[in-house]
Design a protein around this ligand. Sequence first.
Ligand SMILES: NC(=O)C1=CN([C@@H]2O[C@H](COP(=O)(O)OP(=O)(O)OC[C@H]3O[C@@H](n4cnc5c(N)ncnc54)[C@H](OP(=O)(O)O)[C@@H]3O)[C@@H](O)[C@H]2O)C=CC1
Ligand SMILES: O=C1O[C@H](COP(=O)(O)O)[C@@H](O)[C@H](O)[C@H]1O
Length: 505
Amino acid sequence: MTERDPDVTQKSDPGGKSGFVPVDPFELVVFGATGDLARRKLLPSLYHRFCDGQIPENSRIIGASRSELTRDEFVKMVADAYYEFEDHPDFKPDSFKRFTEMLDYVAVDVTNDDDGWNELAKKIGKQSDLIRIFYLAMPPRLFVKIAQGLDDAGLAHDKSRVVLEKPLGRDFATADEINEGVGRVFDENRIYRIDHYLGKETVQNLMVLRFGNILLEPLWNSRAIEHIELTVAESLGVEGRGSYYDGSGALRDMVQNHLLQLLCLTTMEPPASIDADDLRTEKIKVLRALQPVTAQNVKETTVRAQYVRGQVEGESVKDYLSDVEVDESKTESFVAIHTEIKNWRWAGVPIYIRTGKRMASKRSEIVIQFRPVPHSIFPETTNITPNKLVIRLQPDEAVKLWMEIKEPGAGGLRLKTLPLNLSYADNFTVRYPDAYERLLMDVVRGNLSLFMRRDEVEAAWRWVDGIIDAWEETDQRISLYPAGSDGPDAAVFMLEQLGDRWSEH
Ligand SMILES: NC(=O)C1=CN([C@@H]2O[C@H](COP(=O)(O)OP(=O)(O)OC[C@H]3O[C@@H](n4cnc5c(N)ncnc54)[C@H](OP(=O)(O)O)[C@@H]3O)[C@@H](O)[C@H]2O)C=CC1
Ligand SMILES: O=C1O[C@H](COP(=O)(O)O)[C@@H](O)[C@H](O)[C@H]1O
């Protein structure tokens, strides 16, 4: 299987240096254009790329959703969304007007064979030389239906691409159905399975940190590393997505995709290149080597929990059940997992993963805890603090290497732990593009490197399905944690049992 898009006319540019090199003109249909994701992320991202001169003005962006909107109403919705979701010091009315000239809208209920599809067919396809992209920002249960609708309407020619939002299904079986169904219309190398974490600056920096420096690789293994911790904590709650979230939970919403992708980039073998195939081949080896969670080990290796009311950043907030508007639920808004990668590099190194909503603050970071030195020669410090590498993904993007240093003074040799700090804010003044800006332009460029291959998504689901099955089989209890905390005591206890603890802010 080749992972190269045969129509790529521009060099892929994963390094980002030519982030502002114009892409070829394209026509993009955003299914779900009135939805939260499109309004909050996709349409503002396209506008930013347009402002930076990356999108040629003969490109077209067509919104498609159920709502009956005129083109003018859609344009107004995009403008309102921009004001609502973006700080806009650089808002330029003239460029916004030129941007909106590319916009159009079609009302289509994708579950009906109604005029919507014909209307859509009329709006696109006149210029067949344009790159054609269908972005499915819709519930995944509709993906196959849309692919089929596009095929029936003669819109999915062999030069078009489709972008699938996450989560791809809710387990291996549904992901497989989607992959099969969409695969009947689009070849694998035209399917862009998005995980917006891969578009984040600091996530891409992970690869640069690991493979652009000689220092780390000799230490990047079980001989030098004691454990690895991945935390994605959110202070926000379910934010109006209660019905989706309660059917999903933190494991499906965050771990199956974002956290496992972070884990792959942190622990994979050096790929031969950053081309899609090379990268994805290394990532899937990690997923396949993950220790399965079973009914026998699930209690010691996982914690699932829900928030109760509390204070987040000084504000009183409601409990999970009120947020999702149900009386009872076993859906987790927090999950912690202890796992291991069973291969030569990592066997024996505990991997701790945790993510949750309504935690004390927004914080995503990867902590590499190194082993202690084998012996202290300093009589005044017998317990030397082991080195620690903290890769802060958001906010306050930074890489900190905690080292031992001599405390100044004439009285003996006292050690102090201080960080070598590579802070983004201290070193760069440029605006960091939103992850979606990068990924949308990669779709146009035909660069699949930062998108997930079918086998990757399926391997991730197999592992996650194991956890869900084990929870059900053992009826594992849901712990509780106050909103605004670092999660439930059970997660602290899980690590204490192993002689470890979660790193602090
Ligand atoms: N929101 C987010 O932050 C994130 C979302 N995602 C994923 O993106 C996708 C969209 O999420 P989100 O924007 O939050 O969802 P919303 O519920 O906010 O929006 C859903 C969109 O789908 C449209 N739609 C639903 N059913 C139909 C139908 N039968 N025919 C045509 N259009 C339909 C709606 O149109 P209308 O309103 O006109 O009826 C609306 O535009 C999901 O897969 C989600 O998991 C992924 C990461 C983050
Ligand atoms: O995909 C999702 O991600 C967001 C968190 O993304 P971030 O870029 O703000 O870290 C999460 O809130 C949402 O529930 C999930 O669907």
